[in-house]
Write a protein that binds this ligand. Structure first.
Ligand SMILES: Nc1ncnc2c1ncn2[C@@H]1O[C@H](COP(=O)(O)OP(=O)(O)OP(=O)(O)O)[C@@H](O)[C@H]1O
Length: 262
């Protein structure tokens, strides 16, 4: 690979006459850690769905892992991408055990049936669950887990196929303060790991951006407000335009804090 993991040119998505994304041009290079930030309805999930090869654009061109969408078999491409999102979590069968939810990611399926797994698959699934602090949950059913536990298990599942690109849609949404801080620090550890895949995470809150995330893209009403290195993008001017209210932003120990100007 030449280093370009995602390449979008002039991407637009129109649904029911509404432009969900407009003229998005964006490149993600190998080993970068991106965060997509924006208010509700900005188009963040739509953009992540494009990056996950789950959605075709109405206009423009998309290359993922050097495969051009529209000319490649997305069923071969998708196992190279790890996606953790509530849309995936909602489709998990209610009786699915945590260990099976992680194991089945090897086949990019949801719901264990009669597939055979190698002992190396089991070892990897257990190691990932352990690394995410979930080793005591392996025999539980996914539907009985707390929101924080679910988020960590979903990340273990997304990492299971050893993806070249890891996509996280609002991984800290719905977590309490302790759960959020635990998850953000685990994601900072992942961001710092040179063996970890290229990462793109969606969030509403700059406070949820882990230390080690290198780049940011701000979206508002389907359009890119700013993109580039995180410390050049997270400015008062850009965040104010993105959220449509006067904001101030600080950084402490690698973490970001934003609040409204009064
Ligand atoms: N099929 C559809 N038809 C019409 N509008 C849609 C459709 N799907 C999504 N939208 C709208 O597109 C906009 C962008 O949605 P998207 O979920 O990408 O935003 P988001 O930034 O992820 O929002 P949130 O932060 O609230 O999750 C929203 O206003 C949504 O209502």
């Amino acid at each position: 690979m030449t280093g370009e993991v995602l390449q979008l040119h002039g991407v637009g998505v129109t649904r029911g006459g509404a432009d969900l994304l407009r003229d998005v041009t964006w490149t993600v290079n190998e080993n970068e850690r991106w965060v997509i930030v924006g208010p509700n309805g900005a188009g963040k999930t739509t953009l992540l769905q494009i990056a996950a090869a789950m959605l075709h654009p109405t206009r423009g061109s998309v290359e993922i892992l050097e495969e051009e969408i529209g000319k490649t078999d997305v069923f071969e491409l998708r196992p190279r991408i790890g996606l953790a999102s509530s849309a995936v979590a909602e489709r998990v069968p209610t009786s699915e055990k945590v260990i099976d939810l992680v194991l089945t990611a090897s086949y990019a399926i949801l719901g264990r049936w009669q597939e055979e797994y190698e002992s190396t698959d089991l070892t990897r699934a257990l190691a990932l669950l352990d690394a995410l602090g979930c080793s005591d949950l392996i025999r539980r059913t996914f539907s009985t887990l707390s929101e924080g536990e679910r988020k960590r298990v979903q990340i273990a599942r997304a990492l299971m196929p050893d993806p070249e690109l890891l996509l996280l849609d609002e991984p800290a949404a719905g977590l309490d303060l302790g759960g959020r801080e635990d998850l953000v620090s685990r994601l900072a550890g992942l961001a710092d790991d040179p063996a970890a895949p290229t990462m793109v995470m969606v969030t509403h809150h700059v406070e949820e951006v882990p230390d080690g995330f290198t780049h940011a893209l701000l979206l508002r009403k389907g359009e890119v407000v700013a993109q580039g290195k995180v410390d050049e993008v997270f400015t008062e001017e850009h965040l104010t335009s993105c959220f449509g209210l006067p904001l101030t932003i600080d950084r402490q120990n690698g973490r970001w804090y934003a609040r409204a100007v009064r």
